[in-house]
Design a protein around this ligand. Structure first.
Ligand SMILES: NC(=O)c1ccc[n+]([C@@H]2O[C@H](COP(=O)([O-])OP(=O)(O)OC[C@H]3O[C@@H](n4cnc5c(N)ncnc54)[C@H](O)[C@@H]3O)[C@@H](O)[C@H]2O)c1
Length: 246
């Protein structure tokens, strides 16, 4: 099958729904073989089944280093060395700094930031065997500014941005590009409760759709061959609006 990701094995975390599922579908539509990974194995299986032969499902808790190692072995056996890695899995969580909920902080950091470090470190060897590749780390507009009530989430998304730049510098010599993706509000199960006012200050005053992020991920993985350590923003212009009002 042709396509911009033909012959590439792509591992996507948190791909049981939302952005990860859309990215998995977009990669498969471009000829990629997609390892659909999620902590919820049933959801991963449903997404992989809907994609068809080009996809395979794996239950993976991204906080678990040993599970990562086992999944990469299984993915290689299924589809060959990993050429594209998308560290997408993440959770949202609300809480004020003054509440001092350290357990919540640790849960968010483990899931949204430490997981990205583990995922990259475990996949490097496989990506080297693939002859290089592309890593996309899911940050957010919350990795560009602050948001009240979201200290842990924001700290993780800024952390992902810095980790991405460092990884790009370390892994360039292996032909591995590493970039961060920064969506604004995209319609997924994580955000469906957002009120209409959310879009008030945006140049494009609507939710983004997960497919729009899927297409951007294809671009970063397949077309952006001179981009590494870069921030790819898809936010409907929300950051420009913030700058005006701040
Ligand atoms: N939706 C948005 O507006 C938006 C904006 C910016 C950034 N993001 C980021 O994009 C990513 C995906 O967001 P989404 O909106 O699709 O969320 P979502 O909640 O709809 O989906 C997240 C998926 O990750 C999985 N997951 C959660 N914890 C996991 C773990 N420990 N291991 C493996 N999988 C796990 C869930 O089972 C779920 O399938 C997240 O990192 C999120 O922070 C989302």
């Amino acid at each position: 099958m042709g396509g911009r990701l033909a012959g590439k094995t792509c591992l996507v975390t948190g791909a049981g729904q939302g952005l990860g599922a859309a990215i998995a579908r977009a990669f498969a539509a471009e000829g990629g073989r997609v390892a659909v990974c999620d902590i919820d194995g049933d959801k991963a299986a449903a997404v992989a089944t809907a994609i068809g032969e080009a996809a395979s499902a794996y239950e993976l808790d991204v906080r678990d280093e040993a599970a990562w190692a086992a999944v990469v072995v299984a993915v290689e056996a299924w589809g060959g060395a990993v050429g594209v890695l998308v560290n997408n899995a993440g959770i949202d969580a609300e809480g004020l700094i003054e509440d001092g909920d350290v357990a919540l902080w640790r849960r968010v950091v483990d899931t949204n930031l430490t997981s990205v470090f583990i995922g990259m470190s475990v996949c490097v060897e496989s990506m080297r065997r693939a002859g290089g590749g592309a890593i996309i780390n899911m940050s957010s507009v919350a990795g560009l500014v602050g948001f009240p009530t979201r200290a842990a989430y924001v700290a993780c998304k800024w952390g992902v941005r810095g980790l991405t730049k460092t990884a790009a510098l370390e892994l360039g010599r292996y032909g591995i590009r590493v970039n961060s993706l920064h969506p604004g509000p995209i319609r997924t199960p994580m955000t469906e409760h957002y009120p209409p006012e959310t879009f008030r200050d945006q140049a494009i005053d609507r939710f983004g759709e997960a497919e729009e992020i899927g297409r951007m991920a294809v671009f970063i993985a397949a077309e952006a061959t001179y981009s590494t350590a870069s921030e790819f923003i898809a936010d409907g212009g929300v950051m420009a609006g913030r700058a005006m009002h701040d």
